[in-house]
Design a protein around this ligand. Structure first.
Ligand code: ZN
Length: 245
């Protein structure tokens, strides 16, 4: 009889062990494996386009290019035609580093209320000077002060790029204020307006890059920003940002 009791005992032990095995907590499923065939959708990166007007100016633009290079950041430069001569090496360096280049008139004049002939007197020589350095390429237009009228839309021969964040860096040239303004106003898809002719703006821009990199933003050219959001820039159309839908 004692042996039979022991059989029931061991059967009971076996049932409890099986129950414990079957009810054990499951391991969470593995989500990402480097070379797994199952791909998990990556979150879309938050993108910003830094843009710089009124250059090139050797003293400040060269320092900015160096700082952007160190950070692996691409930006967009809207250049003034009459400042191209003598700065050809800087402009070539911009292009070689992957920055985008656009035009900002020859003499930094307002393009609103100009005749078609006067508009072309500002845009065409600037385009030609840049193409002589960089080869034939599309060049975006940023009109000074952001002033646009119907005649300009018809005559621009370029997409027109305005902006969605403006720290007014020309105003008091205060690095901390500019950085705080940009960091507190940006959202995914913004185009930021700055001027690479001020050393304070260069310092502010690099601090902004460092702070917003930590916040998960990546900096790209205007074209890359627009294209990554499915927008193909068109001649005579205005673009201010590429916020997600
Ligand atoms: Zn300007």
């Amino acid at each position: 009889m004692a042996a039979r009791h022991w059989n029931w005992f061991w059967l009971g032990v076996a049932v409890i062990c099986a129950a414990v095995f079957l009810l054990r907590p499951q391991e969470p499923p593995k989500v990402i494996q480097a070379d797994s065939a199952v791909k998990v959708a990556e979150p879309q990166p938050k993108l910003l386009a830094l843009t710089f007007d009124d250059g090139p100016r050797r003293a400040t633009t060269a320092k900015l290019l160096e700082g952007l290079e160190q950070r692996g950041v691409q930006a967009t430069f809207f250049l003034i035609g009459k400042q191209i001569e003598g700065n050809e090496d800087l402009i070539r360096q911009m292009a070689d580093s992957g920055h985008q280049i656009g035009i900002h008139t020859f003499d930094h004049v307002e393009l609103r209320n100009l005749s078609p002939a006067d508009i072309h007197r500002q845009l065409d020589p600037t385009r030609e000077a840049l193409r002589a350095i960089l080869g034939d390429r599309e060049l975006l237009l940023r009109p000074p002060y952001g002033f646009v009228d119907d005649t300009l839309l018809q005559q621009a021969d370029s997409p027109i790029i305005l902006w969605s964040v403006d720290p007014e860096d020309w105003h008091d040239r205060n690095v901390q204020r500019e950085v705080a303004h940009i960091v507190s106003h940006v959202q995914d898809g913004d185009i930021i307006l700055m001027h690479d002719i001020f050393s304070e703006s260069v310092d502010a821009a690099l601090q902004v890059v460092d702070q917003l990199h930590q916040a998960g933003y990546a900096f790209v050219t205007v074209d890359d920003l627009l294209l990554s959001r499915g927008i193909t820039p068109e001649t005579g159309k205005i673009y201010r940002h590429a916020h997600p839908d």
